[in-house]
Structure formats: C-alpha cells, structure tokens
Ligand binder design. Structure first.
Ligand SMILES: [Fe+2]
Length: 313
C-alpha cells in the first residue's frame, strides 16, 4: 500500500482534480479514486452490507487486478468457487478469467488496484443506473427502496443456494431492475384504479419483454447480465405465469428467486389497494405455494433466511 513517504511528489497533481470528480456514490457503494498513473488506478471502495461488486472477464483484457480488504468481510465467488475474505486478505488475478461476484457480508472497505483504467466506466454505469432508477420511481408507484429491498432479499437467497458468480450478478442486477419494462406501459393502464380488462392485463404482461429489451440494449451494457430475470420474473413453477408459461427448471433460477421475493414484498408492503399483511402470514402463504407457484428449492432457502430480512425504507 502507498503512503505519503513512498508517494512520488509528481502524483500530487493527480489529486488536485475538482472534488467530486474522483468519487462515485451509489446507495450502497462509495468509490474513490486515490491515485492513477500511466493507466494504473488505485481505488478505495466502501461497500455497505449486502452491496455487490462484479468483475467480468473481457476479451482483449489482460490486466492485473488486485483487491486488499481493509475492514469488514467479503463473500467472493470466483466462477463457482466461494470463499470469505477478512481484513488483510487479498485477491490477485491477472487477468480475471471468470466472473467474480463480491458481496459485502458487513460494511466493508477495500483497496482495488487495476493496471488499466476502470474508474470512468464506474462513473458511466453509476450515472446510467441513477437515470433508470429515477425513471422507474417516476413511472411506478413503487419507490427505489422497494427495488433495493427486492435486490437485497434475493441476494440473500442466492447466497444460501450457493449460486455461481454470474447467477449472483444476474440476480443482483435483475432484481434491482426487474420492473424496468413498466416505463413503456401507458400510465392510464399502469395506474388504473380498479380491475384491468383482459386486454389491459395483456399489455401489463408486456413489461417483462420490454424489460428484457431495455436491459439487453447496447446503450445499457451494465444491465445485460440481468435481462433474463426481468424477462422471467412472472413465470410460475406450475406453468401458470407469463410471458411464456415456462415450468419448473425451465425457469432461470435467479428469476424464480425474484418471483418469490417480489410476491413476499408485495404482501408485507402497504399498497394503494391493500394494507400490509403480517410477516408471519406472508411467510405462511409463500410456504403453502411451494411446488405450486414457487420453486420448492427457492422456498426452502427463503424460509431459512427470511428471519434476517429487515424492512428498511
Ligand atoms: Fe413485474
């Protein structure tokens, strides 16, 4: 690690950028560029509990990436291998060959060093995330906190099921943006009080396909990983869901997880047409629908972790 006595004085100019340019925030991550020179970047991360960071292998990428944990603990899944890092532990890859999913098990801080610049792509993806989150909040009655809760609960189930890195990244991104397709549904249908006609419900169902297309768009490369979750989160285990009526293991497991969590969160939230139900009632209903609407493997994992869910707005 660098300190003031080993930092070359010429690096001081690099720090003299306007404040703000070198820091990126999301609701669960703060990323600060500490130093950069000749393409190498040293970035300080703060990741809040259940926050996620992903590394994706890319063709033509042959760089050194290293992470050293300063505080907290990180659950790191490299491909399908999972380990836990504690302060002082480090990860080094040159290059990263497989997807890596890093989940903060508690509030954590680490230094990340890359031999090629990555910070600008953080800025681009964070501003893209922010714009989409605002669009969803404006369009739907849901708040950003609903989306973040779905992401957090889904991720806890995904970890319980030992999903591999790409499934965990798909789950985290797909859960957060599962209803993004609603931005293309007309307001008069989305916000209609009372019953929808069959034709109107057919239009609502389209939000799954619209969501997949938005997330697969070349404009949103940081969302591609989650598109299948948006597409399949209303499929049901017995084939009664939409848009395709997929059954059992035909449904992508991360999407089957979001199906359970989205239903559970709707039950325990106050909605315009329905007051919040008790957590115990909601858990009992989900359990009773195991093997019918919901994947039994997912329901079992849900029952193991649901007591740790905290409803934070
Ligand atoms: Fe939905």
């Amino acid at each position: 690690m660098f300190n003031s006595s080993t930092t070359p004085s010429s690096w001081i100019n690099i720090f003299s950028r306007e404040e703000g340019l070198e820091t990126v925030y999301t609701n669960n991550m703060m990323v600060r560029l500490i130093a950069s020179k000749n393409g190498t970047e040293i970035i300080h991360h703060r990741l809040a509990r259940t926050g996620v960071m992903g590394l994706t292998p890319a063709t033509h990428w042959d760089e050194l990436e290293s992470l050293c944990l300063l505080s907290g603990s990180l659950r790191v899944t490299y491909g399908s291998e999972t380990s836990v890092l504690y302060p002082g532990d480090k990860l080094v890859a040159s290059p990263v060959h497989e997807h890596v999913c890093i989940v903060a098990m508690e509030n954590s801080e680490f230094l990340y060093v890359s031999s090629a610049p990555v910070f600008q792509s953080y800025q681009r993806s964070v501003s893209g995330f922010h714009e989409l989150a605002v669009q969803i909040a404006l369009k739907d009655g849901y708040t950003a906190s609903h989306c973040e809760r779905i992401r957090r609960y889904s991720l806890m189930i995904g970890c319980e099921l030992n999903l591999n890195a790409i499934e965990l990244l798909s789950l985290s991104c797909g859960a957060l943006f599962h209803d993004i397709g609603k931005i293309q549904i007309p307001d008069e249908i989305l916000m209609k009080p009372g019953r929808l006609s069959p034709e109107e419900f057919d239009i609502i169902k389209q939000h799954t396909i619209f969501g997949r297309d938005i997330m697969d768009s070349p404009e949103n490369p940081f969302l591609h990983v989650g598109s299948k979750v948006a597409e399949q989160h209303h499929e049901r285990y017995d084939g009664s869901g939409y848009p395709y009526g997929l059954k059992k293991d035909e449904i992508y497991l991360p999407a089957a997880i979001v199906a359970v969590v989205d239903s559970y969160d709707a039950m325990v939230s106050n909605r315009p047409y329905q007051p919040a139900r008790k957590k115990t009632d909601a858990v009992r209903e989900i359990a009773s629908l195991s093997g019918k609407l919901y994947n039994p493997q997912v329901v079992n994992a849900f029952l193991k972790v649901v007591d740790t869910f905290t409803y934070e707005d």
